[in-house]
Design a protein around this ligand. Structure first.
Ligand code: PLP
Length: 396
């Protein structure tokens, strides 16, 4: 018997739930792409993207997913012959480094595993020993749900006198976790629209400051499609996108940014924080019997937008299947925790709790997970839903 009919919750870490306002804004015929409303909307979207990123500097918009803006950022700050440093705390850190190599650029990867943040001393030592052109890292690595202290990376760069640019992947964290591009001294930041920004996948962003723009001007060659300069300072509107504008995404983004601005970015961060704590309180209770364990032990190092957890194989896969087919809740697969052929891969899940999410959605996801654990015969502790409800009651 399936009880899945009704409004479902896509609780994977991207794409996230689309607000009705976004869906409705995108449900329209194509506009004139040369003048009028779309041109004005684009300017307002650019201004509000900077509001969300906490920067006074620049943003280039690409018709691309997260992988696309990884490449876009690299194309403007590095070239063959350069050496970069990647601080990896999960699969996405490694993925970005793979892309660096594929562009013929050298990269040293500091791998800090799947359960902890980076070791500042190891980063300091690497910076003292090599002349890196850029340090790349993820704010939140979505595979492990580890959140890294970005301001501290900037301090280490300054203390070691390194001139490396600081480039940060905020694809999973922008519009969810507290982030300060300018105050934390971030030179380049990449994000995409389908996570905290609540718009279907298809548009990505590269934010950059003047230091990064100067680096761009020292490069021998930047392909005209990836070049951020015309996108940042176009003479003609189409140069924002090196061609036809992503018309419907601009309408969708306008609606999503209105939601964020109406709520206020600090309040958006706080909402994510409280809802994440509710989930963690429930998982803490489940962990008493070994039904489930959080991937990251220290709450200060956990993302507020995605939570990676382990149940032991095959409970992870069984829970996901049950929740989706019986109850309309789609949970995320584990990523980068074990190879696909490894039977242990069936033991991991991720909860996506980014973007358009409120207390009743989170409580329903937790209670549904509780039902799923019962149904699949996981070793159960009681009180998880109560623990989550208490967090909501205390903080709402
Ligand atoms: C989702 C994600 C990516 C990849 O984005 P795609 O749109 O799937 O290419 C990269 N980095 C992080 C941190 C992500 O969360």
């Amino acid at each position: 018997m399936s009880l899945a009919l009704g409004r479902t919750y896509l609780a994977i870490p991207g794409p996230s739930v689309m607000p009705d306002q976004v869906l409705q804004a995108m449900h329209r015929p194509s506009p004139n792409i040369y003048e009028g409303e779309l041109v004005e909307l684009t300017q307002s979207v650019i201004a509000d993207l900077k509001y969300v990123a906490r920067t006074k500097h620049h943003v280039a918009i690409y018709i691309a997913n997260g992988h696309g803006v990884w490449e876009a950022a690299l194309a403007n700050i590095a070239e063959p012959g350069d050496r970069l440093l990647q601080i990896a705390t999960g699969a996405f850190g490694h993925g970005w480094a793979d892309m660096v190599r594929s562009m013929g650029i050298e990269v040293d990867v500091l791998d800090f595993g799947r359960n902890s943040t980076y070791d500042p001393e190891a980063v300091r030592e690497a910076l003292q020993n090599h002349n890196y052109k850029a340090v790349l890292t993820t704010h939140v690595d979505t595979s492990t749900s580890i959140k890294n202290d970005i301001a501290q990376v900037r301090r280490i760069l300054d203390e070691t006198g390194s001139e490396a640019l600081l480039a940060v992947d905020c694809i999973a964290s922008l519009g969810c976790d507290h982030f300060e591009m300018d105050d934390w001294g971030v030179d380049v930041m990449v994000a995409a629209c389908q996570k905290g920004l609540m718009v279907p996948a298809g548009v990505g962003f590269v934010f950059c400051n003047e230091t990064a723009r100067q680096r761009r001007h020292t490069l021998n060659r930047v392909s005209s499609y990836w070049d951020w300069e015309p996108r940042i300072a176009p003479d003609l509107y189409f140069q924002h996108f090196c061609g036809t504008a992503p018309t419907h995404h601009i309408y969708g983004l306008r609606a999503a940014l209105d939601l964020i601005k109406d709520e206020g970015i600090e309040q958006v961060w706080r909402r994510h924080e409280i809802l994440a704590h509710a989930l963690w309180a429930a998982i803490d209770v489940w962990s008493h019997t070994g039904a489930m364990a959080l991937n990251v032990a220290d709450p200060a190092l956990r993302s507020h937008a995605v939570t990676a957890a382990s149940l032991g194989a095959p409970h992870g896969t069984n829970l996901r299947r049950w929740a989706e087919t019986k109850a309309g809740l789609t949970l995320g697969i584990g990523l980068g925790m074990a190879t696909e052929e490894d039977p242990r891969a069936d033991g991991f899940i991720r909860f996506g709790h980014m973007g358009h999410l409120n207390a009743q959605m989170m409580l329903a996801a937790i209670a549904t997970t509780q039902a799923g654990l019962m149904a699949i015969g996981a070793p159960l502790a009681s009180g998880a839903v109560d623990a989550a409800a208490q967090i909501i009651a205390q903080n709402a």
